[in-house]
Unconditional design. Structure first.
Length: 363
């Protein structure tokens, strides 16, 4: 069992508060990703789980035990660092086996675990090499293998793929996902890369300035962001924002900016009179066709950016820059005036002052 619970946990460094009153329940065998920009407190949170940092306030629980003052080597956790932290003078075999030998595991069991991990990670042919003879991806596999053989209750990863190139990061994500399925233990993973979070997580914890902004499945966090920060942190290109106001429509409220009028989903607004507001439109949530009576986004093409299977069009919409994603067969010239249909249920609306969603339910 490896349920982890933060109960009002804060971490201070002098006058600096790195994590503020954190309340979070990580379920047994769950894959949770802590996501946010540099300095948001995600690595500090991970280090408190590992025991490398001690909470200033609150309680950290492993199952039914408070572990605030339990040292790292008694917590049954294994950690994979961004820097790999391999011993340069030891072979791959010795690096993977080192932690087991320090715990006085029988040599035959050490060998069995090392060989098994090496086979699963496809590095069995590298066991006699030293880290300097390995590629970045191979070193990462060794670091994973060293943690795997511990057979921990909790598996911690701190931006383990950030030093790899884009193609290798994609393949390693698949490896880590498969590793979680095989090990059937609790994974807590730190990253600033939204693609990693969306690909790997059972649940994502979005953090900012030491505070949790939203916790949910990848679909929940992406499709129903709780505020503008969450909405803009997930998505590439990021969500488009248009500032405006709300006015009453014949059957539903309408977002207004200059001459632009966009109908909103009926019955979703917490307060129709809320003003000013910010409308969020994700680049992929546009349609080439404009259904009769449906909301329409009108703008002038300012740029055309081919990206292989798709094209991104940069539009000027009532003085704002808006990017939309279309298929590669859609052709528009710079300076052309275009109309795109919108689905009301795919729109997002936020209070400009607080940044919070003003939709009472899923948008």
């Amino acid at each position: 069992m490896a349920r982890i619970r933060f109960d009002g946990v804060s971490k201070r460094y002098g006058d600096v508060i790195a994590v503020r009153a954190l309340n979070l329940d990580i379920h047994d065998r769950e894959f949770v990703v802590l996501l946010g920009p540099s300095g948001c407190g995600k690595s500090t949170t991970l280090n408190m789980i590992a025991g490398l940092e001690e909470a200033s306030e609150g309680e950290l629980w492993f199952d039914d035990e408070v572990v605030n003052h339990i040292p790292p080597h008694h917590r049954d956790v294994a950690m994979v660092f961004q820097s790999y932290a391999l011993y340069p003078h030891k072979t791959v075999y010795e690096n993977i086996a080192f932690g087991l030998r320090m715990r006085r595991i029988a040599p035959a069991e050490v060998d069995r675990r090392v060989q098994d991990a090496a086979k699963k990670l496809e590095i069995a042919n590298l066991l006699r090499r030293r880290p300097s003879q390995l590629s970045g991806g191979q070193r990462q596999r060794v670091a994973l293998g060293r943690a795997m053989v511990r057979q921990p209750a909790v598996f911690l990863m701190d931006e383990p793929l950030s030093n790899l190139d884009a193609a290798l990061r994609i393949s390693m994500r698949a490896e880590i996902k498969h590793l979680h399925e095989e090990m059937r233990t609790t994974f807590v993973y730190v990253t600033h890369d939204q693609a990693e979070a969306l690909t790997l997580a059972d649940r994502i914890v979005v953090m900012r300035d030491g505070l949790i902004q939203q916790v949910g499945t990848p679909d929940e966090v992406y499709e129903h962001p709780s505020n503008m920060f969450v909405a803009s942190f997930l998505g590439s290109p990021p969500i488009n924002y248009l500032e405006g106001a709300i006015e009453d429509g014949a059957s539903a409220p309408v977002f207004r900016r200059g001459s632009l009028r966009i109908g909103l989903p009926a019955g979703k607004l917490r307060d129709v009179s809320a003003a000013p507001v910010v409308l969020g439109i994700r680049p992929e949530d546009v349609m080439r066709d404009c259904p009769a009576g449906g909301p329409v986004l009108t703008g002038v093409v300012d740029s055309v950016l081919p990206v292989g299977s798709d094209r991104f069009l940069g539009l000027k919409v009532e003085g704002c820059d808006v990017f939309v994603r279309v298929d590669k067969e859609t052709r528009h010239a710079q300076g052309e005036r275009v109309n795109f249909g919108l689905l009301p249920e795919r729109l997002h609306l936020f209070d400009k002052v607080s940044g919070g969603s003003v939709f009472g339910g899923a948008a």
